[in-house]
Design a binder for this molecule. Structure first.
Ligand code: SF4
Length: 184
């Protein structure tokens, strides 16, 4: 098609995409409160290793979203790392497929203590629509110990941040208990 015909078509058709959603001030306030709480609880950087144990990748898209600049998680001291040897928290998605059962156990064993495991998504919490079968071990807790669950299919980014915050609160309580034990 000649260029002028393409341009004519563009001008005639106009813009067919939807207008972008407008910012919701209530959501912004909620995010700011959550950021402040995470900073207060963490007090230092917390590193996370994401493990896809058999997810449909829907949960992964939400994890990509929280890594966007608008959530500023690195600014809050929350960082994703490639090696389980360098992290405090394992964020596990999906039902555990039988093929990944051993790899998940090894990754858990390779993570230094103290460590916390977040089971993310309905599949991670309960086995979800995949359940248990010849191909699936079901929920994450069937394979490794889980400390925090974040339900949803998939959970929204703010819910994931809440899960990370809960893990951090547990970490803080454990550290306080350990300090008290040492002082006795
Ligand atoms: S919880 Fe939903 S989005 Fe996440 S892995 Fe399961 S089916 Fe996919």
């Amino acid at each position: 098609m000649a260029t002028h015909l393409i341009l004519q078509k563009i001008f005639k058709t106009g813009i067919v995409s939807e207008p972008p959603p407008q910012a919701d001030p209530a959501l912004r306030t909620r995010e700011q409160d959550l950021h402040a709480e995470i900073l207060r609880v963490f007090g230092q950087a917390v590193t996370i290793r994401h493990i896809d144990a058999g997810s449909c990748n829907g949960c992964e898209l939400e994890i990509h979203a929280i890594n966007g600049p608008h959530y500023n998680i690195e600014g809050m001291g929350v960082k994703f790392a490639a090696s389980p040897r360098h992290v405090d928290v394992l964020l596990v998605t999906g039902p555990v497929s039988r093929n990944l059962e051993v790899a998940l156990k090894r990754t858990y064993d390779a993570t230094p203590e103290p460590k916390w495991v977040i089971a993310m998504g309905d599949c991670g919490c309960t086995g979800g629509i995949f359940g248990e079968s010849y191909a699936s071990c079901g929920r994450i807790a069937n394979v490794i110990p889980v400390d925090v669950v974040v339900a949803g299919c998939p959970p929204a980014p703010l819910e994931i941040l809440r899960g990370i915050l809960t893990a951090a609160q547990e970490a803080k309580q454990a550290a306080v208990k350990a300090r008290n034990r040492d002082a006795e």
